[in-house]
Each structure stands twice: as structure tokens, then as C-alpha cells.
Design a protein around this ligand. Structure first.
Ligand code: ADP
Ligand code: DP6
Ligand code: CO
Length: 322
């Protein structure tokens, strides 16, 4: 009986947006994220000689070849490391909307790295698990760890992995405004590729990253929520600006996203510490004090439905379930 492994999603405060090496998923820049308790994936893997092909059952549905190809990168690496040839059956449950800009690829591929290595009898270090998750989806490298994690870009498979930065056991939280949980039109993978290849704004994004990253690391170590929020918001806006310069241009924002951003600015006018970040999707995440989560939720329920508002605290790293 194989074990189930759980990984939580993470949201980047300094974004990963572009690959130096698409095959190995080596990023253009370091990124820094917070792992959250509210959203996660549970996955179990069985290697079985009787299987004729790998299969992925996600939320009860057998997945197509495109989705399978992402997970096969991880499976193939595990087979190489363990000297296995058998095919695998993956069962996975997303406690997060899939492909909606809520980081399902982060929790999904991190849980897979944990479950596949466990099923193959490998006993990998967190650094090895981070590298394994990374070749499935870049952001997944950071979901091996709880709290704040930094993905060190590195330059090859062995040097590109995430490290824990701070356990986040202080007054920080995130409030999600879910404006649409449907599957996005442009995947993160395709969106960043198009941006790197065609957007004249991409260099401007890259040039300002070191400054944002070092300021963010200082703010985290100072537990300065106001600074963490300010830096994260401006970093996210710069990332989204790059997509408008792409050819063909695109944006992950919708009218509802703009409404949510306005609502966050209104919270600031009321005196709250509240800053937003957004990923490859229309949903808005508010960086705030954990102790303000219920007050902010109540304030926002004047504008959004209760089912659209999800409060999150810092979450744990990858772990086995009993
Ligand atoms: P998101 O914003 O949700 O991370 P992405 O475009 O980055 O969106 O990735 C979504 C893709 O990640 C899915 O289409 C699927 O290929 C993969 N994925 C998501 N959840 C899982 C899972 N539990 N197991 C395996 N693959 C997953
Ligand atoms: C905007 O990790 O989903 O959420 O590596 O191609 O699988 P692939 O992409 P993915 O990209 C995440 C992009 C982001 C920013 C971030 O999480 O750092
Ligand atoms: Co993703």
C-alpha cells in the first residue's frame, strides 16, 4: 500500500517569470515565496510492472497526454535515480482549483516528487526533492518547504533548487479573492515563454529584480509586513506589465481583477496594511497581517461573496500523510 504525500501551494512575492533553460526549467531569476495552509495537493504513486503506460488520475479523471508529459519528467528522473523501469499510476487530489493561477502546478508537482520518490524507495534530501519538483514545474521547487522559500536560479540541474528562508511564524497571512477559478487560456509555461521571446519590457523586469529581491529578504528578516507588501505589489505589477508588451500581447487581468485591486487600495485608505499580488491568472491575493484576516474578510464581503474570500496562513512543507 503506497503512502499519500501532501504539498501545499506557494505564492511568490518575488516572481519567477521566464526560463533560461526550458528543458531543465532553469529560471532567469531567483524568486521568493510564501507556502500557504489553505490550498494543497495529495498524491500517491504506484510503480507496477503490469502497467503498459504511465497514467495520471487527477480528481478522479484520467488526464490527457499533455498533462501526463509534465509529470513524466519527474517520473523518468525517479526511475533513473532508483534504477526502475516499471510504469506508474499516479492518483492525485487537488484541494486547489487546477490551472486557475492559484499555483496548482506548485503543490501538484511537489506532491508528485515526494510521492514518486517515496514509492521508488528513494530517501531524498529536501534539496534533491526540490530539484525533482522543479523539473515538473518551476514553482514546485519552492513548495518542498514551509514558510518563506527562495528558489536559487543556479545554472544547471544540480545548482537550481529552493532553500528555506524563514519559517513565517509571525503575523503574516494572505487573503485570496477568487474572481474566477476556471482554467486559464494561457498557461504559465506558454505565457512566460512568449514574454521572454517577444516583450521589449522583459529586460526592464529583469534589471530591477536584484533590488526587489534583496529588499524583500531584508523586509522578511525584519518581519516588516508593510515593506513585504509594498515590494511584492510593485514586483507583481512589473511582471504583469511585461505581458502587455508581448507579441501577440496578453494579460491575465480581467475587469473583476481590477475591482479586487481597487478594493485592496480602499483597505489601505481605511488604515489596514494590505497589498496585492497576482500570478498567471485573474485571481488576487492580499498580503496582510494574519491578525487582520477576519476584519479584512468582513470588510471585503461588502463587495465580494463569502465563497470568493479565502483566508490563508503560512503552511508547512512537503509531508507524508498517515
Ligand atoms: P497554476 O496556476 O494552477 O499553477 P499552471 O498553468 O502553472 O497553472 O499549471 C497547471 C497544470 O499543472 C495543469 O494543467 C497540470 O498539467 C499540472 N497539474 C496541476 N495539478 C496537478 C496535480 N495534482 N498532479 C499533476 N499535475 C498537476
Ligand atoms: C506567475 O511554475 O507554473 O506563478 O515552470 O512552466 O511549470 P512552469 O511554470 P509555473 O510558473 C509560475 C509563474 C508565477 C510566478 C511564480 O510562482 O513565481
Ligand atoms: Co503553475
Amino acid at each position: 500500500m503506497n503512502k499519500w504525500v501532501r504539498a501545499h501551494t506557494n505564492i511568490a512575492l518575488i516572481k519567477y517569470w521566464g526560463k533560461e533553460n526550458e528543458d531543465l526549467i532553469i529560471p532567469k531569476n531567483n524568486s521568493l515565496s510564501l507556502t500557504l495552509d489553505a490550498f494543497y495537493t495529495d498524491t500517491s504513486v504506484t510503480f507496477d510492472d503490469a502497467l503498459t503506460e504511465d497514467e495520471l488520475i487527477l480528481d478522479g479523471d484520467k488526464q490527457d497526454a499533455r498533462t501526463l508529459s509534465k509529470v513524466q519528467r519527474v517520473l523518468d528522473e525517479v526511475r533513473t535515480l532508483a534504477g526502475l523501469e516499471s510504469k506508474a499510476r499516479i492518483e492525485s487530489i487537488n484541494h486547489v482549483p487546477t490551472a486557475a493561477g492559484l499555483a496548482s502546478s506548485a503543490s501538484g508537482l511537489a506532491a508528485l516528487a515526494g510521492a514518486a520518490s517515496q514509492a521508488a524507495g528513494l530517501d531524498l534530501s529536501d534539496q534533491e526533492l526540490s530539484k525533482l519538483a522543479r523539473i515538473g514545474s518551476g514553482s514546485a521547487s519552492r513548495s518542498i518547504f514551509g514558510g518563506f522559500a527562495e528558489w536559487i536560479k543556479g545554472h544547471d540541474h544540480d545548482s537550481s533548487y529552493a532553500v528555506p528562508v524563514d519559517d513565517a511564524q509571525w503575523d503574516i497571512g494572505m487573503l485570496f479573492i477568487i474572481v474566477n477559478d476556471a482554467k486559464k487560456d494561457v498557461s504559465s509555461r506558454d505565457g512566460m515563454k512568449r514574454t521572454v521571446e517577444t516583450s521589449p519590457f522583459y529586460d526592464g523586469w529583469l534589471n530591477s529584480l536584484d533590488a526587489d529581491l534583496s529588499a524583500m529578504k531584508q523586509a522578511v528578516s525584519d518581519r516588516d509586513i508593510e515593506q513585504v507588501g509594498q515590494i511584492a505589489e510593485r514586483n507583481a505589477l512589473k511582471m504583469h506589465a511585461t505581458t502587455l508588451g508581448a507579441s501577440p500581447p496578453f494579460t491575465y487581468w480581467t475587469a473583476e481583477s481590477m475591482k479586487a485591486m481597487d478594493a485592496v487600495r480602499a483597505l489601505r485608505k481605511l488604515g489596514y496594511t494590505a497589498y496585492f499580488t497576482m500570478d498567471a491568472g485573474p485571481n488576487v491575493k492580499i498580503i496582510c497581517r494574519q491578525s487582520d484576516l477576519s476584519a479584512l474578510k468582513q470588510e471585503l464581503s461588502k463587495t465580494f461573496g463569502d465563497e470568493q474570500l479565502i483566508a490563508a496562513k503560512p503552511g508547512p512543507g512537503l509531508h507524508l500523510l498517515n
